[in-house]
Design a protein around this ligand. Structure first.
Ligand SMILES: *Cc1c(COP(=O)(O)O)cnc(C)c1O
Length: 366
């Protein structure tokens, strides 16, 4: 029996035993009728999850693969990257390493990207695409994507908006069509609470049309290949079929819970975590702080700043001794913060047990 409920890493997140069991069956050929039936069943559910009527591509890669796909298919020359932490910086680095003329607009860790400075930066014109991360997992910041996409649309209508929704899809409201996102992507191992190894992305019609004009966009990640395969209920190449068995079961579970209810559960877990931070200050005199500002906090991951004398790494280690997994800070924030991934299939009760143990670790009581 797997003891679910103690693994709160902000990715990969904990996977329910029934999803692991769904993979325990023979591999099937990916060009056969069984796989086609599976893909046909999965596709409408993925579209409902992404809130789009465009095809959702199923990629056997981690999410970074589809970040690279976004650049290669949507931005032949100039890219502007909004950077607010490690993953948004990765998007910029991908543009640089693909040889694009890449510019970046940075804010301090813990701050959000906002439309104002972006509009100014777009005024020079000529950007093929803007990259942005919705929920920045390294800092727990939730960027205002609807506003950002709207601002790009207004300031530079031809610029595509490429959005990393890795810790937002299936955890926070993402309205791919309504917000006019030109490419939205996620990975299997975060909000969707599946094992790592799959990534999903939806391109707008205009992003897809434009991709077909771009030379040198490669093969494995070309939108063309995904689009052609998806229309035949296939994948371009051999997929991680075992993971697709788990995906089938998980999409059904997500719909049984209800997407809005899933968002609300994440919101409740996040709010409980923020309240706990206040309680640590008010009741225990420990000056913890949520790194992200109110109104810009991710519902799936909270980054907690610790006062001088406490170490994020040490707190994470002691939680490990109690059987709970959380994460130390990311990069430069490694010692001064720790992160709780309250995402995926976790419940408020499981989170409560985690916070009780964290209180014990931090106050030095049992
Ligand atoms: C985890 C994560 C990624 C990278 O995902 P991989 O699956 O490791 O490639 C990208 N962006 C965000 C916001 C993430 O949390």
């Amino acid at each position: 029996m797997i003891d679910f409920g103690k693994y709160f890493l902000p990715g990969p997140t904990e996977v329910r035993p029934e999803l692991l069991r769904a993979m325990d069956r023979p591999v099937i050929g990916h060009r056969g009728p069984e796989m086609e039936a599976l893909m046909e069943r999965i596709q409408p559910r993925l579209r409902r999850l992404f809130r789009t009527d465009r095809p959702v591509y199923v990629s056997t890669s981690s999410a970074t693969g589809l970040m690279e796909a976004a650049i290669r298919n949507c931005a032949p020359e100039r890219v502007l990257s909004l950077v607010c932490g490690a993953f948004s910086e990765r998007f910029h680095k991908i543009a640089v390493t693909c040889g694009r003329q890449a510019e970046r607009l940075d804010v301090e860790p813990g701050d959000s990207n906002e439309p104002g400075p972006l509009i100014e930066a777009l005024e020079g014109g000529g950007f093929d695409a803007v990259t942005v991360v919705h929920s920045e997992t390294s800092t727990g910041v939730l960027n205002p994507i609807a506003e950002i996409a709207g601002a790009v649309r207004q300031a530079s209508p031809d610029t595509l908006v490429l959005v990393d929704c890795v810790t937002s899809i299936a955890a926070a409201p993402v309205e791919t069509r309504e917000w006019g996102l030109d490419f939205a992507l996620t990975g299997s191992q975060k909000g969707m609470a599946l094992p790592p190894g799959l990534a999903f992305g939806a391109a707008s019609q205009r992003a897809y049309d434009r991709s077909r004009e771009i030379p040198g966009r490669g093969l494995y990640f070309s939108f063309d290949a995904f689009e052609a395969a998806t229309s035949k209920n296939q994948t371009p190449n051999t997929p991680a079929s075992s993971l697709i068995f788990a995906l089938d079961v998980q999409l059904e579970r997500i719909e049984a819970e209800g997407l809005e209810a899933r968002w609300a559960r994440h919101r409740e877990m996040a709010e409980r975590t923020w309240r706990w931070v206040d309680e640590m200050r008010d009741r225990h005199g420990v000056e913890l702080e949520v790194l992200a500002a109110e109104g810009r906090r991710s519902p799936s991951v909270t980054c907690v700043k610790v006062p001088e004398g406490l170490s994020g790494v040490e707190i994470t280690r002691r939680m490990g001794q109690r059987g709970f997994t959380i994460a130390a800070g990311y990069g430069k924030l490694r010692e001064s913060t720790f992160r709780i991934g309250h995402m995926g299939d976790h419940t408020l009760d499981e989170l409560e047990a985690l916070l009780e143990n964290l209180t014990g670790v931090i106050t030095g009581k049992r």
